[in-house]
Structure formats: structure tokens, C-alpha cells
Design a protein around this ligand. Structure first.
Ligand code: F6R
Length: 584
């Protein structure tokens, strides 16, 4: 499969939010001859929406008559109305979940003598909300129903088996052939194979399988204690892969195959709006500085969960760029729908090939950083920044950027993997720093211009995996409030590379020190001055100012990782968080 092309032009995951496994062992073929089902099973990793994380609320959920088994990812918005109706009809509920409603609803329809696929289809027509759902009936164990609306669902087609999951990571150990269900589709899997129909009108859908390129090695820990650590150490390769074959240095050009079909529209774009969540949003903020400085395009970045409820002023001259590792983030998807309705060109920067965002955008660029399993995003972030730099070259060269500048950015990008390797050699020193600082209950992360987003990202990494309170702030805002918190018990991590705002950063750093606040500086190797002001320094090699956030990200990830280890936190699976946020 040519992954340089974006889905739609031609055709192209982390511990998933939930897994559903269903395997027909032997004798059963996709579009093949009938056989005998030997094993059918469903399982689910729940991320609580309705009802706490208790055993009663754990999936699968069953009804009260035929004991239908249901697992579900998403939110049933009208569950209260449905539940009331079903209770009036005599159904007895055992959990607080919205999912249980589905089991009773399907059972109620089955009571008319309707077949299971028909009952599920009719039941889903009454449902408002989002679902990736699997249904099993122990009374008819030769079939399994899968349906999707607004939550991802992918079917692995193996040798005599089908494996259904919310993303491809649990599947690739068994097969590289996958079929992505689209919204509003339902698949019935029996020994005779898989039939897909539309939920609304029962129209048959023909869909060929696609091949995935990720391998089992990609999703294993490979000797590392945690996926997060592995993914931090994969960044030299990831940043190299994200730019591999994507530039023509002597012409100062980026060559992004996924944008070629929209090149003319891109040349006319007057404004860019970037939408994303979490770490991807921080990448977008760096992209804003890059696009404005080097491509001269007014750019705005919005958190997707806000964008979807604002009345953003968008028109045909606006390109909307959605950034997402998983390609399945519910708020980002809703924002894309809004942007498409307003006639904007919608581009994606996505890691998971074939994901919903990749399929629904007009064009885009894959990260190619390989699967990211740890919940805390690391290599996807540096991959996003790499792709944003390449996009900046594309858009800049269509406008005022010179060949020399384009060439310089590309050459500096090429030098980054070796520079990240150099930072990784400081792991032991960073672990020592973590020991010294891990007991502090609060941290301030500060940075200016390109590294203001680094401050936000550094604080997020620490919060999410070590549960230590940290705030990211633009350092120029210090004296507008946060400085009041600073004393000897309140450390700061300060991004102060030797860039165009270095002098300003030094002044802010002095302000912290004057109040007794301990400071860890992230600074440019060879800076002889910074060690005199900061208590501790982590060094990053010199690079172009616009690319410093790529290097600055690595020590902040390592620092958060080491603090989390010392505090005995579950690094790869922080409490209350999921890798793909497929619910609003
Ligand atoms: C933080 C993190 C999250 C994600 C966010 C968006 O480390 O991983 O903040 O960045 O949930 O996810 P994607 O990129 O999949 O849209």
C-alpha cells in the first residue's frame, strides 16, 4: 500500500480503549466455505462514562431474558429514555451503564421472533449517540454481530479466524489483513464469513480488506520496562521516518505525497486553523509559530472540544488542519465535520493509517512513527512537529520562503535524529534530577515563543503519568500572577535555548531565582552562562529555533518518566486515562 497517499486519493495503535476479540478457529474463512465455530469470545477494557469502575458496571453486559452478551465503546445518549421504556416492559437492570440498555433493547426485539442481526439493526436504529458494539447470543453461538457509529471498529481477517477490535494493535499479532467498518455499518460474522450491511437501510456493503504495515515487533516492548520508555528511545528513528523521502533538499522543497492533489488549493489558502486535543494541540501551537513566521499565513489553534461549540469564522479560504495520533479522537472528529460543512479544505496529520480522521479529511500526511502504545504521547508528538515543519516548508515555498530557507529547514530536520540520540545519553543524569525533585508537589513549566508549547507539553507529561501538579505557562506571564507561588518549595522547569528570546528567558529565570525558586533549565549545549543562574541544566544540541521544541520534548518526557517511576505510578496506563479518547 502506498502510504504517501492519503486515504481517499488511493488507499492506507496503543493499548486500545477496548478490545473485543472474537476468533473462529479453523474451518472458517472470510468469504469462504462454511465451517464450525470452535471458539467465540468477547472482552472489553472499560473507560467509565456512565457508572463507576465497578464489577457490576464491567462489560460484557447481558439482558435478563436470553442473556445476550454486549460490549460497547461510546455513549448512548438517549439511554435514560430507552431504559425507562424497557423497565416498563419488565426488564430488570443490574448496572448503571448505558451499555446494558443495548442488551435489553436487543432482547426485547428478539422476543418477536426476529433474527439476532435484524434485532441488533432495528435496536440500533432507536439509539442516539456513539457506539462500537459487539453482540453475542449464547442461544445462537454461530454468529457475532459488530456495529459502528462514531466509535472505531476494525475486523482482522486471519487464517480461519476473525478478530474484532477498536484498533489494529491487538490484531496485528494474528493477521495483517483488516476491514474497517464505516459509521452506520453492521457486520454479521458466521462460519460462512462476514456480511456487512448498512444499519439504516440494510443495504449490503462490499468491502475488500486492506493490509496493515505495522508488525508484532512494533507493538512489543522489546526489552524496555515500559512502552513509554521504548517510544521515547524510538524518537531518533521516528523523527527520521516522519521525514523519510519527503524532501528535495537541493530545491528547498518538502515533498508530501498526501498533499499533492490539493496543492493548488493550498497555494490559495489565506488562513489556517489547527484543531487537536492534548499533546496534539501542543504540537499545533508550535505549528502556529512555524506557519506564521515562515509561511506568512495567519494561523489559529483551537482545542477541538472548544472549536466544536464555538461559532468559528471559517470560509473557503481557510484550511483546517486536524492533528491526531490515533485518528479517532471524538472531539477532533466532530470539529472536522463542522469545518467540512463550512466548505473548508480539511487536512489531517495522523499516525494511525486508515483511522477515521484519515478517512474523513480531504488530504493529509501520516506521521509514520509506528504504533504508540503508552498512553502518554511521546514519539507521536515529535513526529507531529516534524510533519508540521515539512508542511511549513510546503506552504512557505508556495509563498515567500526562499530556496535557501527551505533548504536550511530540511537540512536541520535531517540532523535531528542524531541530536535526539545525544539527548537520550543523558538519561542517567535526568534520573538523578528526578530523584532530587520527585518529592515536590507542584511544578511550573515555563517557555517563550516556540517553547511556550514545550512548557505546556512538559507540564502535561508530568501530570498525566506521575500525578504531580504541574502548570505550563508562557514565561512572559510570570509576573502577571504565577510568580506569587514561587518560593524554595516550588520548582520550575525552564526552556531557555539560545534562540531569539534567550535574553528575555534569562531575565525571567533570574526572577525565579531571586524568589528562591529552584530551576531546572533546558538549555543549548555550550551555553556557559545558564549554569550560573539555574540550579540544574539539561542540555539539548543547537538547532534552528523553530525546531527546538522537537529536542526540548525529549528531556521533558524522560524527566516525567523517571519521576513517575520513583512515585510507583503505572507509567503506561495512568489512572483515569485512555489512549484513544473516542467519547466526548
Ligand atoms: C497526552 C496524550 C493526550 C492525547 C490526546 C489526543 O500524552 O496522549 O493528550 O494527545 O488525547 O489524542 P490524539 O492525538 O490521538 O487525537
Amino acid at each position: 500500500m502506498d502510504q504517501e497517499l492519503w486515504v481517499g486519493q488511493k488507499r492506507e495503535v496503543p493499548l486500545p480503549v477496548f478490545l473485543i476479540l472474537q476468533r473462529y478457529v479453523r474451518n472458517c474463512r472470510f468469504n469462504g466455505t462454511p465451517g464450525t465455530i470452535l471458539h467465540v469470545g468477547i472482552a472489553h477494557t472499560r473507560w467509565a462514562t456512565h457508572g463507576g469502575p465497578t464489577e457490576a458496571n464491567a462489560h460484557p453486559h447481558s439482558g435478563c431474558r436470553r442473556q445476550l452478551q454486549v460490549v460497547h465503546n461510546g455513549i448512548i445518549e438517549n439511554y435514560a429514555t430507552l431504559k425507562e421504556k424497557l423497565q416498563k416492559a419488565g426488564h430488570v437492570f443490574k448496572s448503571e451503564t448505558d451499555t446494558e440498555v443495548l442488551a435489553h433493547l436487543f432482547e426485547e426485539i428478539l422476543a418477536d421472533g426476529t433474527s439476532l442481526p435484524q434485532a441488533v439493526r432495528k435496536g440500533l436504529q432507536q439509539v442516539r449517540g456513539t457506539y462500537g458494539v459487539l453482540v453475542m447470543d449464547p442461544a445462537a453461538p454461530q454468529q457475532l454481530i459488530a456495529a459502528r457509529h462514531g466509535s472505531p471498529l476494525v475486523v482482522g481477517v486471519g487464517d480461519g479466524e476473525f478478530i474484532i477490535a477498536s484498533d489494529i494493535s491487538p490484531i496485528i499479532e494474528h493477521t495483517s489483513k483488516v476491514v474497517y467498518l464505516e459509521d452506520g455499518e453492521m457486520a454479521t460474522i458466521t462460519p460462512a464469513g462476514m456480511q456487512i450491511v448498512t444499519i439504516a437501510s440494510h443495504q449490503p456493503v462490499q468491502r475488500e480488506h486492506e493490509s496493515v504495515e505495522w508488525t508484532v515487533d512494533d507493538v512489543e516492548r522489546g526489552g524496555y520496562a515500559h512502552y513509554m520508555l521504548k517510544e521515547i528511545f524510538e524518537q531518533p528513528a521516528a523523527v527520521a521516518a516522519a521525514q523519510q523521502g519527503r524532501s528535495i533538499p537541493e530545491r528547498g522543497l518538502a515533498k508530501l505525497g498526501g498533499l499533492e492533489l490539493v496543492a493548488e488549493r493550498l497555494a490559495k489558502v489565506q488562513r489556517v486553523t489547527i484543531i487537536a486535543c492534548g499533546t496534539a494541540y501542543h504540537a499545533g501551537l508550535v505549528g502556529e509559530y512555524m506557519l506564521e513566521e515562515y509561511a506568512g499565513i495567519p494561523t489559529e489553534v483551537m482545542v477541538a472540544s472548544e472549536f466544536r461549540y464555538r461559532k468559528p469564522v471559517l470560509d473557503e479560504g481557510t484550511a483546517v488542519i486536524a492533528i491526531s495520533q490515533s485518528g479517532e479522537t471524538a472531539d477532533t472528529i466532530a470539529s472536522i465535520q463542522e469545518a467540512k460543512q463550512k466548505g473548508c479544505l480539511v487536512l489531517g496529520i495522523v499516525n494511525v493509517v486508515g483511522s477515521t480522521i484519515a478517512r474523513m479529511t480531504d488530504a493529509g500526511v501520516y506521521l509514520h512513527v509506528g504504533p504508540e502504545i503508552g498512553v502518554a504521547s511521546t514519539k507521536a508528538y515529535t513526529g507531529m512537529l516534524t510533519v508540521l515543519a515539512l508542511m511549513t516548508v510546503t506552504l512557505g515555498r508556495q509563498r515567500q520562503m526562499s530556496l535557501v530557507t527551505g533548504n536550511r529547514i530540511i537540512n536541520e530536520l535531517k540532523a535531528l535524529p542524531a541530536k535526539i540520540e545525544q539527548i537520550l545519553t543523558q538519561r542517567a543524569a535526568i534520573a538523578k534530577l528526578a530523584e532530587r525533585y520527585q518529592a515536590y508537589p507542584n511544578f511550573l513549566y515555563l517557555g517563550r515563543k516556540y517553547n511556550f508549547p514545550s512548557a505546556l507539553e512538559g507540564a502535561l507529561k508530568l501530570k498525566e503519568i506521575s500525578y504531580v501538579h504541574a502548570e505550563g505557562y508562557p514565561s512572559g506571564e510570570l509576573k502577571h500572577g504565577p510568580l506569587a507561588m514561587i518560593d524554595a518549595n516550588f520548582p520550575s522547569v525552564f526552556f531557555a535555548p539560545q534562540d531569539s528570546v534567550y535574553e528575555k528567558s534569562l531575565s525571567n529565570l533570574q526572577e525565579l531565582r531571586a524568589r528562591g525558586g529552584p530551576v531546572i533549565a533546558v538549555a543549548t549545549a555550550g551555553d556557559e552562562h545558564i549554569g550560573k543562574v539555574a540550579n540544574d541544566v539539561i542540555w539539548i544540541p543547537k538547532t534552528l529555533e523553530m525546531l527546538t521544541p522537537i529536542l526540548a520534548a525529549v528531556p521533558l518526557q524522560l524527566f516525567a518518566y523517571e519521576v513517575a517511576l520513583l512515585r510507583n505510578c503505572e507509567v503506561d496506563k495512568p489512572r483515569n486515562l485512555a489512549k484513544s479518547v473516542t467519547v466526548e
